[in-house]
Design a protein around this ligand. Sequence first.
Ligand SMILES: O=C(O)CCC(=O)C(=O)O
Length: 291
Amino acid sequence: MTNTPTAPTDFAEYVDCTPLLDDRKALDEFYDEHGYVFLRGVLDRDLVRKSAEEMLAGLVALGAARPDATLDDLVIDSFEAVDEVAMHGYVKYDDFWNHPSTLKVFEQVFGEPVFVFRSTTIRYYPSQAAAREPNFSYLTPYHQDGFYIGPNKDFRTAWVPLIGTTAGTGGVALADGSHKRGPRDHVLNENYRRFNHPVRGIPPQDIEPGETLRYSEMDQGDVLIFHAFMCHKSVPNLATEPPLMRMSMDTRVQPATSHRGFNAVTPWTESAKDASKGIMAKITGTPIEAE
Ligand SMILES: O=C(O)CCC(=O)C(=O)O
């Protein structure tokens, strides 16, 4: 299966739903139809910046970035050379997600109290534009988070840039309305790997022409929230002049009253250890003991 990263120029923009935030009916109708909500400038920018600074501090402490690096000039050689588990100790994302101002936004979108997953993915991807051997294997092919995460599928993914993303630095692309067809087959894809295992993805030909691919540049304070069955994939970092980093983090959010599965209650650093539980069971194809 080929699923080569494509440049953001192939994409339409996300629709800005910020004007719908106070209109329950319109917001729900948009989400039901399109499978996502894109909000501009709704998160506390100082908090976002704090998480970005924490990520920078981690990269410096682990020797991946120059000691005098700033968010404006940060570069690292390689995502894979950085100890991802150690990095999770630097970024205080639980504090960010559970800050009253962040929860307020989630609750406005859900229309009810929410629970934020203890598992967060942090991403610090350098540009591959000038790399002698560009590596995209840590990016994600088309997939639905609901394939990997359960058992309940009423969670939504929340994706936040820690510094602004650009057409060059990439981010995440969504196939508009693709959640409506429900779960899709995911097949093994040797081009992408997680925890040293090839991951499963949706073959690109399964994305229908009417499922418009969307990507927009995002600023600190913006958030993208999407359905468990939204087909989506990484957009690679091919930034030049300057070769900016892509720094973002994503978690899952669900109604507070819903069942809390393994990934919901287990921090990322723990969930990566057990191949019979949660996302690792899906990645390794191990019979599942706890979802
Ligand atoms: O940020 C990315 O590159 C991909 C994000 C993603 O696939 C996800 O949040 O499930």
